[in-house]
Each structure stands twice: as structure tokens, then as C-alpha cells.
Write a protein of this length. Structure first.
Ligand SMILES: NC(=O)c1ccc[n+]([C@@H]2O[C@H](COP(=O)([O-])OP(=O)(O)OC[C@H]3O[C@@H](n4cnc5c(N)ncnc54)[C@H](OP(=O)(O)O)[C@@H]3O)[C@@H](O)[C@H]2O)c1
Length: 345
């Protein structure tokens, strides 16, 4: 099979398209023919060396957490899948079967995200434990379905589970045009919230409005803290969903109402934030973290997609051979929604 290998970290040109062995199906596993792989910022961080050390990796390495594919082979002990089923593998799961029932799955000591320390989806075939694969209930084309797993899972976990967003809430989503942000806007809307969201440039305003955002804040011209207060009669918003971090996270705490919840799930502008503990506990505000999610979070999210309440946001699909061009767009913040790779194009 063909795979996009990296032999070390570096700029988007580091990928090499090479032949490698197709993995063999192991007990409890299925072999998936990958029809499309999704690209996430996580892979940009890994490729760029922001996240891991080269000495902790095994090269050549295949990046990629997200895929949409078709079952190509099934182990003899697997009964819930058959060849030809359209499936989506979970982006991350506990690799030790004795951890399989730990909830949240991310709390399991053996939890791993695909494509970080194990080979990922920028290739033509992958194996996955049948326990961590879902049948795709949507009729979406593979390149659209492949953009969903990580961002959808993260959005459901952050908004519904950790943020406890409910009907009538006012929610502030940071960077509504980003891969995760565009999903957070839609999931918060599906949960019945009024959504305020930020963009940094006017050309992204129409895109985030089309996702259902009620108020788009162009941070080049407006202050999101002022708007959050104005839109809530001075009270502050119920929930902030923040994938940016740094000072933006600190100001997000200020945008909350007393007792409100801020969920942190990313660190695009900084992994550290400084805030005043006294102000935090005097107002009973809560800071929560969200990472990935459980199988049922993905299933709930895919049902929302099937109901038409949440849409995949494919910006562009590239043949696997153009993986470097795709990563360049991520590095330059030129993506609205998500990108996909087509391993058979
Ligand atoms: N916890 C989890 O399970 C999980 C899952 C997925 C992703 N993440 C994390 O979530 C974060 C976002 O990922 P993503 O895939 O959504 O990334 P993305 O699609 O590449 O979007 C990043 C966004 O960051 C914004 N941005 C960049 N520099 C900025 C700055 N200086 N000030 C304000 N905004 C800035 C950009 O907003 P504009 O659109 O305005 O340019 C851009 O759209 C990353 O840290 C990622 O690792 C976490």
C-alpha cells in the first residue's frame, strides 16, 4: 500500500509517498480500506515538532487520526462487521483491552490517539480493534465523513458533556471558523444555545453565520469581552468553549457569568494562562478540560449529522500525493473547516 511517511520533523515538505506493507488483520480487529483521511491541526503540531521529541518516535511514521473507509477484512472472532461496511474508526482509544470499559476513555492509562505513537491514516489501509469502530449512519461521501471524527468528538465532549450546554444557554465559541470551532458552533446550536463566536478577519464572517452563529465578533474591530457582556445584559455568557488558550483563555473567564463554565481544549495561541484565583472562586466559575471523547459521544454526534443538525465542513480534498500542500494551508491558517486526503486518487 501507499503511505505518506515522515522520517523526522520539519516543514510541510517532509512527507514522502512510499510503498509499505499492508497491515494484517489480528484477532478482534478489522482491516479498513481508507477511502479518505481527515487532517487535523494535531498532525501539524507533530510534524512541526511542537508536541513530541524525535527520539520518542519510531520512523518512518504515518500521521493521521481521522478516516472514513470500508471494511476490507474481518478477524474470525469479530461478528459485528462484514466486508463492505462503511465505517469510521475512533480517533483514540485505550490500546489495552483490559482498559476498554474505563470512562471517559481518555482516562484509561493505555489511551492513545491514532497517528501519534502508532501509525495513522495518511495511507490506504489500517487495522483497528472492532470495539473502536462505528458503522457510519450518514450517507456522506467519504471525503466529507473523514473530516468529522476528531472535531465532532471534541465538540460533543466539550460542549455537551463538559460544558453542559443546554437549551437557551448563551455560548461563546472562540475561533468559529477553525476546524474545531466550526463544529463547536454547530453542536452548541444543536443543543439549543445562542452562539456568539469570534473570527479575526471579515472574510470568515459569512462562513460562521452559515453555521448558525447568532453574533459574529470580528476581533480586528471588536472586543469579545465587551460583546459577551453586551449580549447578555452585563451578566456574562453561560459557557465559553476555548481552543486558543493564552490571554484569550484568561479573558474568556472574564466573559463568563457567575457559575459559568469555560472548557479548554486547545492552545493555538499559548499553552499557559494567568488568572486571578480569588476572582474565580468568588464567582464560582468553573474551568474544565476536554480531550477527545467516548464512543457514545461520536455516535451522538453522527446522529446529529444524520438529522441534518450538524454538517461536515470540507474545505478541500487533496490526493495523498499533495499532503504537503494540504499541511501548508493548515500551517498558514488558511483553512475554513477541515481538509481531507484521498489515498486512492
Ligand atoms: N482536546 C482535543 O481533543 C482536541 C481535538 C482537536 C483539536 N484540539 C486543539 O484545538 C486547537 C484548534 O484546533 P483546530 O483543528 O480547530 O485548528 P485550526 O482549524 O487550524 O484553527 C486554528 C484557528 O486558530 C485561530 N488563530 C490562530 N492564531 C490566532 C491568534 N493569534 N489569535 C486568535 N486566533 C488565532 C485561527 O482563527 P481564524 O479563523 O480567525 O484565523 C484558526 O482558525 C488546537 O490547539 C488543537 O490541538 C484539541
Amino acid at each position: 500500500m501507499k503511505a505518506a511517511h515522515i522520517y523526522g520533523f520539519g516543514d510541510p515538505s517532509v512527507f514522502k509517498i512510499e510503498e509499505t506493507n499492508t497491515p494484517e488483520v489480528a484477532p478482534g480487529h478489522v482491516l479498513i480500506k481508507i477511502m479518505a483521511a481527515g487532517i487535523n491541526r494535531l498532525e501539524h503540531y507533530i510534524r512541526n515538532g511542537d508536541f513530541l521529541k524525535e527520539e520518542d518516535m519510531k520512523f518512518p511514521h504515518i500521521l493521521g487520526a481521522d478516516a472514513s473507509g470500508i471494511i476490507d477484512a474481518v478477524a474470525a472472532d469479530v461478528s459485528n462487521f462484514k466486508v463492505g461496511d462503511k465505517v469510521i474508526p475512533m480517533t483514540g482509544y485505550p490500546v489495552d483491552p483490559s482498559d476498554y470499559d474505563i470512562s471517559p476513555a481518555t482516562a484509561a492509562p493505555s489511551f492513545q490517539v491514532r497517528g501519534v505513537h502508532s501509525n495513522g491514516t495518511y495511507t490506504q489501509y489500517m487495522i483497528a480493534p472492532a470495539r473502536w469502530v462505528v458503522k457510519d449512519p450518514t450517507d456522506l461521501p467519504h471525503e466529507q465523513a473523514a473530516t468529522l471524527p476528531m472535531v465532532l468528538l471534541t465538540a460533543v465532549r466539550a460542549a455537551k458533556v463538559m460544558g453542559e450546554v443546554k437549551d437557551g444557554d448563551v455560548v461563546l465559541v472562540q475561533a468559529g471558523a477553525s476546524g474545531t470551532g466550526s463544529m463547536m458552533v454547530q453542536v452548541a446550536k444543536a443543543l439549543g444555545a445562542r452562539v456568539l463566536t469570534t473570527v479575526r478577519s471579515p472574510e470568515k464572517i459569512d462562513f460562521v453565520k452559515s453555521l448558525g452563529a447568532t453574533r459574529v465578533i470580528d476581533t480586528g474591530k471588536e472586543d469579545f469581552l465587551d460583546i459577551a457582556r453586551k449580549e447578555t445584559g452585563g451578566k456574562g455568557v453561560d459557557v465559553v468553549l476555548d481552543g486558543l488558550g493564552g490571554d484569550i483563555f484568561t479573558r474568556g473567564i472574564a466573559a463568563l457569568r457567575s457559575g459559568g463554565i469555560i472548557v479548554t481544549y486547545g492552545f493555538v495561541t499559548g499553552a499557559e494562562a494567568k488568572f486571578n484565583l480569588i476572582e474565580l472562586f468568588f464567582t464560582s466559575k468553573q474551568i474544565r478540560g476536554a480531550i477527545a471523547g467516548n464512543l457514545e459521544d461520536l455516535t451522538w454526534g453522527l446522529d446529529q449529522v444524520k438529522l441534518g443538525r450538524v454538517k461536515p465542513l470540507l474545505h478541500k480534498a487533496f490526493p495523498l500525493s499533495q499532503v504537503s500542500e494540504a499541511h501548508r494551508l493548515v500551517a498558514e491558517n488558511k483553512v475554513q473547516g477541515n481538509l481531507a486526503l484521498l489515498p486512492w486518487a
